[in-house]
Design a binder for this molecule. Structure first.
Ligand code: CTP
Length: 404
C-alpha cells in the first residue's frame, strides 16, 4: 500500500514552461499509487505533447472540448467527476483568471467550472504577473472558493528574473496531494480554523486603528496544525508574513470581515483564535479623507466590534468541538484569562503577558499559561514555533480524547 493507492487524479496542465515538470509530477504521483489522467490546454501543447503525457500516465490525454471521440467516450462532465482530486500544474495567470471568473471556453476551464471535486493549483508565472493586483485578486477569490494552493517558490525564472513565480517542485506538489488525499498525523481528517494578526479598523479611506500584533504566533499555529495533518483555514488580518504552505489563507482587514470569513469557513472541528481583534471601530468611518480644520479636532465616536471568539463559541449549531482563545494581558494574567474563559465560552485560553517589557508583541518568543476550567498549566518560555507545536499536540490529545 502506498500513500495514494487507489486515488484518481485529474491533472490539468497549463501553458507555461513549467509544463515539462508536470511530466515528472505524473511519475511521482503514479509512484505513490495514484492513477493520473491528463488534460492539456492549447498553451501546454506548445511545451509538451499529449503523447508524452499519455505515455507517462498510461491513459488517454484530453485536449479538446468538442472532441467527438471524447464526448462519446467520457465527456467533459464525466472527466470533471471521475477523480478524487483535480490538480492544476502549472496554473498559469490566465488559467487562474479563468477559474476565478468562472469561464468555460475550452476543455480545461470547462472541467474546472463543472467539477465539485477538491482542486489544488500550483501557480507558475513571471514574477510581475504573480505580483500583479489582478492575480492577487484572483488568488484571493480562488482561496475563498476553497481552492488549495501549493507554491509558487522564489528563485530564478526562465526570463532571467528572480522572485516568486516558479512552480513548486513535483515532489512538493505530490506531498501537497498526499496531505489532501491521505493526511496523516494527530489532526488528520480535522478542519482547523485559525485567526491571526491584528485587524485594521478604518477611520477614513487613508487612516486606520491598528495594534502591534505581528501574526507570528497565529501563523505558526496554522503551520503546525497543517503539519499535524489538519486541513487548515487561516483567517489573517494585515501582516507582513508569507502565507504558510499547505494552508488556505484568507486575508481580511477589519474585525467584521474577520467574523464573516470565519463564518464562511465553518464547519470546523477546532477553532484557535489567536488574532488581536480590535475591540472597537470608528462608528461613522466616512468615504472621504477627514480634512484638518484650524482650531478643531475631529471627534471619533467608536462602536463595539463583534467578539468573534464569543460569537463562534456560543453558536447553537456548527460550534467547533474545541474552541481555543488567547488572552493578551498586561496585568493579572491568570485572573483575566479565567474571566475570559467563562465570558467567551471557549474550552481553553492560552494566556500571555504582552507588557512591553516581555517583548512578546512582534517578538520571537512567548511564555504562556494554559487555562481551562480544571486548572492552569504554565509552559517555559519557548519560541512561537515551539508554542505552536506544543499547542497543536495538546489540542490533538484533547480532541482525540486522551489526556495530554
Ligand atoms: N477576540 C475576538 N474578537 C474580538 C476580541 C477578541 O475573537 N472582538 C478573541 C481574541 O482572538 C482572543 C480572545 O478573544 O482569542 C481574547 O482577546 P483579548 O484581546 O485578550 O481580549 P478582549 O476580549 O479584547 O478583552 P480586553 O481587551 O478587555 O482584554
Amino acid at each position: 500500500m502506498t500513500a495514494l493507492s487507489g486515488k484518481r487524479i485529474l491533472l490539468v496542465i497549463g501553458g507555461g514552461i513549467a509544463a515539462y515538470k508536470s511530466l515528472d509530477l505524473i511519475r511521482r504521483l503514479r509512484e505513490r499509487g495514484a492513477s493520473v489522467r491528463c488534460i492539456l490546454t492549447q498553451g501546454a501543447q506548445h511545451f509538451i505533447t499529449p503523447m508524452a503525457a499519455s505515455a507517462l500516465s498510461g491513459q488517454r490525454t484530453h485536449t479538446d472540448l468538442f472532441d467527438r471521440e471524447d464526448e462519446a467516450d467520457i465527456g467533459h462532465i464525466k472527466l470533471a467527476r471521475d477523480a478524487d482530486l483535480v490538480v492544476v500544474a502549472p496554473a498559469t495567470a490566465n488559467l487562474m483568471a479563468k477559474m476565478a471568473g468562472g469561464h468555460a471556453d475550452e476543455l480545461a476551464s470547462t472541467v474546472l467550472l463543472a467539477t465539485t471535486l477538491p482542486i489544488l493549483i500550483a501557480p507558475a508565472m513571471n514574477v510581475r504577473m504573480w505580483l500583479h493586483p489582478a492575480t492577487r485578486r484572483n488568488l484571493t477569490t480562488l482561496q475563498e472558493d476553497g481552492v488549495h494552493v501549493v507554491g509558487p517558490n522564489e528563485g530564478a525564472m526562465a526570463e532571467a528574473e528572480v522572485g516568486p513565480g516558479r512552480m513548486a517542485e513535483p515532489l512538493e506538489i505530490a506531498a501537497a496531494v498526499e496531505r489532501l488525499l491521505a493526511p496523516s498525523g494527530p489532526l488528520a481528517g480535522k478542519h482547523v480554523i485559525v485567526t491571526s494578526g491584528p485587524t485594521h479598523e478604518p477611520i477614513d479611506p487613508v487612516r486606520y486603528i491598528a495594534n502591534r500584533s505581528s501574526g507570528r504566533q497565529g501563523h505558526a499555529i496554522a503551520k503546525a496544525a497543517s503539519e499535524a495533518g489538519a486541513r487548515v483555514t487561516l483567517i489573517s488580518g494585515p501582516v507582513d508574513l508569507p502565507d504558510p504552505r499547505g494552508v488556505t489563507t484568507v486575508h481580511v482587514e477589519s474585525a467584521r470581515e474577520m467574523l464573516e470569513a470565519v463564518e464562511r469557513a465553518l464547519p470546523a472541528d477546532i477553532g484557535i483564535f489567536a488574532a488581536a481583534v480590535a475591540d472597537w471601530r470608528v462608528a461613522d468611518a466616512g468615504g472621504q479623507k477627514i480634512k484638518k480644520k484650524e482650531g478643531t479636532l475631529p471627534n471619533l465616536s467608536l462602536a463595539e466590534n463583534p467578539d468573534i471568539l464569543a460569537t463562534v463559541s456560543h453558536l447553537p449549531q456548527n460550534r467547533p468541538a474545541l474552541m481555543v482563545g488567547f488572552a493578551a494581558e498586561t496585568e493579572n494574567v491568570i485572573e483575566h484569562a479565567r474571566q475570559k474563559l467563562a465570558k467567551k465560552g471557549c474550552d481553553l485560553i492560552v494566556a500571555n503577558d504582552v507588557s512591553p517589557a516581555t517583548g512578546v508583541m512582534g517578538g520571537e518568543s512567548n511564555t504562556v499559561h494554559l487555562v481551562t476550567r480544571s486548572g492552569i498549566e504554565t509552559w517555559p518560555t519557548l519560541s512561537k514555533t515551539e508554542v505552536a507545536e506544543r499547542l497543536v499536540a495538546h489540542v490533538g490529545a484533547l480532541i482525540g480524547g486522551t489526556e495530554p
